[in-house]
Every structure is written in C-alpha cells, then in structure tokens.
Design a protein around this ligand. Sequence first.
Ligand SMILES: Nc1nc2c(ncn2[C@@H]2O[C@H](COP(=O)(O)OP(=O)(O)OP(=O)(O)O)[C@@H](O)[C@H]2O)c(=O)[nH]1
Ligand SMILES: [Mg+2]
Length: 417
Amino acid sequence: MAKIASQHLCPPLCFQLKTSFLRNLPLQWPNLSGPGTRFLSASSRISMSLRAGIVGLPNVGKSTLFNAVVENGKAQAANFPFCTIEPNVGIVGVPDSRLDVLGKLSKSQRIVSTSIEFVDIAGLVKGASQGEGLGNKFLSHIRGVDSILQVVRCFEDDDIVHVNGKVNPKSDIEVINLELIFSDLDQIEKRMDKLKKGKAKDSQSKVKEEAEKSALERIQQALMDGKPARSVSLTDYEKEAVQHLCLLTMKPVIYVANVAESDLAQPEDNPHVKQVGELASQLQSGLVTVSAQVESELTEIPPEERNEYLNSLGVSDSGLGNLIGATYQLLGLRTYFTSGEKETKAWTIRAGMTAPQAAGVIHSDFERGFIRAETVSYNDFVAAGSLAAAREKGLLRSEGKDYVVQEGDVMLFRFNV
Ligand SMILES: Nc1nc2c(ncn2[C@@H]2O[C@H](COP(=O)(O)OP(=O)(O)OP(=O)(O)O)[C@@H](O)[C@H]2O)c(=O)[nH]1
Ligand SMILES: [Mg+2]
C-alpha cells in the first residue's frame, strides 16, 4: 500500500542557537536572512551533512570566527600561534526565513533547519606539509570536508603577532595554497607507488586503475605548475576514480577576508580586501568579508542589542546566512521542504537531483519505493495558504521519477516498499 512520507523519520531534538552576524560582499543569497534565533537539529539523521574546513596562517582569526559561528564552539582564541591543537568541530543550523513561514501555515509543532558543520584546525605555516609547525597532521583533519574556508588576515593590529611579520594577503594565500598543493602531491606520490605495484584483480578494476593513473598524472603536473587539482578537467569516471584520495585542492574554496571593525561598513576601501578579492576571482573562488572580532563580540551581547551595535558600525544584516549562502552557491546546493503538522523541515540536495534522489536524502526506502511526489513551489504554497488549498487550486503537481527538484519545492513523497 502506498504511504505518505512528509515527515522526518527520527524525531529530532531541537535546541536554540544564537545568531552571529558576518558580512558578505559580492555573493548574494536572498533567502537566508535568519532571525535572531534558529534551530539546530541534533538528531543523528542530518539531511545531507555539509562540512566546511577553516584553514589559514596561525593567528589570523580562524578560531575567533569559528567560536562566533558556533555558539558552543570549544575552540580557544588567544594571541599566540597554534592555540588550536585538536580540530574543533561545530554544527550550526542553516538560517532560512522560509521555514518559519511554512511552519506557521502548516501549524507545525516544530521547525527543523538543515545544518552545516565547521571544522577549525591549527594554523598552517610554510612547510606544514613537510612537518613544519604542527605539520600535516592537521591537513588530514580536513580531507573529509566539502569546501574550504580560507581565512585571510586583512586587519592591522600591532598587538596581534603576524607569523610572517606583516599583513600581506597575497603572500599569505600563496603560502597556504602551496601547502595544500604539497600535501596533495605527497598523497598522489604514495598512491602512484601503490598503483605501480598493485595488480588489479579483474578487468573492471584494471580499467578503473588505469583511469585513476591517467587522471593522477595530469593532476600531478598541474600541481607541479602551482595549479589546484580542481583546475584539471576530468571525466566523471576519472573523478570517481580519484575521489577516494580526497585531494585538498579539489575542494572549492571561499576566501574569508577578516577585517577590522572600522572597515566593516566599506570593506572594499581596504587594499588588503581588494587584493584578496582579485586573487579569489583569478582562482575562481568565492569571497566573504567578515570581522571575526565583531562576530565574537556580538555573541556576548544580548540579541536585542545586537542590531544597535551593528548599526553603529554601519552594517545591518546577518552575515552568517551569507557565509553559508556562499558555501551553498559554491557547492551548487539546493533546499527543498517537507511541511506538515508534525514538523516543517528543510533538506539539502545537490542541484540537478531528481525527486527519488531527493527523497533518498530523507530515507533510502523513500528512494527505493518512490512512486511520485506531490509538489508545490514555496511561493504557490504561501499564496494558497496550505497544501490542501494548493491542491484545490490545482497548484499541487504530481511529479514522477524524472522530475528535477527545484529550489524551494515543498514536497510530499508517496512510496511503497
Ligand atoms: N584586531 C583584531 N584582532 C583579531 C581579529 N580576529 C582575531 N583577532 C585576534 O587575533 C588573535 C588570534 O586569533 P585566533 O582566532 O586564535 O587565531 P587562529 O587563526 O585561530 O590562530 P591559530 O589557532 O594559532 O592558528 C586573538 O587574540 C584574536 O582576538 C580581528 O578581526 N581584529
Ligand atoms: Mg585557532
């Protein structure tokens, strides 16, 4: 018998998370202007857990940013290099104002946002991949992330030690990118040695190993020319063959320019930020401007006073949404919703996913036994006022297995297992 699956299977524990505000420059994400509080799903089932690793030189503000972003972040922030020894991991809910609207219309008992995980590691220095500083131990902690946030110091402060003596974003970015390249070269070298020795068991594995070898040779060449692995064009098959290596330079990067509070209102006037922006666009990467210091201060003042503080600095909007939005945009992610009396929940999928694949993010049974998806766009749902009203008005579409889920779709899956 067909079943209706509009609800999340495991009842998630929800708890509130304070907002922190970060400021974004060129990347826009219209739907992520979160309110003062939002919810974090602490259930074991997270809709497609998205992970971002924070890298940068020592003392550039990584842990300050991490702490500001993750309320319960355990990272320490102190004015000496390498104060982060073990990686810190924190999960925050993705703010999305559409959730509240849907939740109210559906009279949902709870609202559950989708989440993003941040990993804060120790600062990298020149030679980190060769064991300098705290070494490549830390690079292994971020091999599993989906994207890299590279924090670049753009604030001048004589009291805060710069590991290379002075603030110089171009050279700082080069040091970090080179370390990531060295680390990948090391991985590839080890893998190539294995591939040379290894004897594939069957012809299928042999074909795959050949594809991997050919891809790795090209990636190796690019890295030796100082270019990231993601600049090499690979077939889908080759991509799959090298995926297990989790190459760092294959991951998309967002440069996070950390500016002084006095630069928050007009960050583009800061020549360091300009330099980071130019490099980011040359490297086809994103740019987000924040003041880690301000974000950190914001978490310490009552929510009702935050707007006033932000206004006094010449800014008004929430930046965490923008930082997360930039990550979403960079990774080509989309959000769809399930909404009912029990709960309204946001789910993260990759652009281009079909209805059964999107259903599979909730539970593999939904994908396996997918029959169809009753679908209505967010705007139509809001205009009609409810799923039932949308159905009456003929706004609810019955979509089949080839339907490509659109941003903001509200979905009700019918499945049979
Ligand atoms: N003036 C100013 N100081 C900052 C800013 N961001 C961070 N700091 C200070 O810089 C120092 C180092 O900050 P952390 O966040 O610990 O730096 P980190 O990048 O995590 O450093 P490691 O963990 O050692 O790699 C602390 O004293 C912070 O208060 C900023 O935007 N402005
Ligand atoms: Mg740190």
